[in-house]
Design a protein around this ligand. Structure first.
Ligand SMILES: [Zn+2]
Length: 203
């Protein structure tokens, strides 16, 4: 196993590139749920591109891997070691994670003039690593119930990846002008970025 790390699942702000115009991966879209088996390297590339192009939010997981995203990005994901002579149900997966489209929640009426983030979008991706297999299995319900245009996105508040990225740039000493230069967004997103910037500077 190439050894997938925490940052291969939960994108590291320093790897995030808001300036790039990233498109979702091409893949066969005949089935409602696309099921695929990746090599670890191919999975890494696929998921990096997909979560840069589309705003996903992690679903909370039960079990021992629940707090894994709080660990440093370079932490290796756990691999199960069977201790000879132990009984009990054998473990099937070393780890599994589930993400949903950021817009999965129910619609909520907002006082301000912008669409609700929640729109009941069914998009969900589950990734799991079978014990003893050098592969990642992915089930991807990929069909959004809304459009994914930059225009629509720009009317919504920034996602977690964008916010963490700005935080990182501030920590690295970038000022507002510098951050603005690194971004390529329309005016709506721009004011949101500016707002976030000041919030980060203040607290
Ligand atoms: Zn969606």
């Amino acid at each position: 196993m190439g050894g997938l790390k925490v940052k291969d699942i939960f994108i590291d702000p320093s790897d995030f590139k808001p300036r790039d115009l990233v498109v979702p991966n091409p893949f066969p879209r005949e089935q409602e749920v696309w099921m695929v088996r990746f090599t670890p390297e191919d999975f890494k590339a696929f998921w990096f591109q997909e979560q840069t192009a589309i705003q996903f939010v992690p679903c909370s997981e039960r079990g021992p891997n629940r707090d894994i995203r709080k660990q440093s990005g370079d932490t290796l994901l756990p691999l199960h070691i069977t201790i000879p002579g132990t009984n009990g149900r054998p473990k099937i997966y070393d780890w599994s994670f589930r993400f949903q489209c950021r817009r999965h929640g129910p619609p909520r009426p907002l006082a301000i003039d912008r669409p609700s983030i929640g729109i009941g979008c069914p998009v969900e991706i589950r990734m799991k690593k079978p014990v003893g297999m050098d592969a990642v299995l992915v089930d991807y319900r990929w069909q959004h119930s809304h459009d994914l245009s930059a225009q629509t996105l720009s009317n919504m508040p920034m996602g977690a990846n964008e916010r963490s990225w700005i935080k990182l740039k501030v920590a690295e000493g970038s000022d507002w002008k510098g951050i603005r230069a690194m971004l390529r967004m329309d005016e709506n997103s721009m004011s949101e970025v500016q707002y976030r910037f000041y919030v980060i500077m203040l607290y």
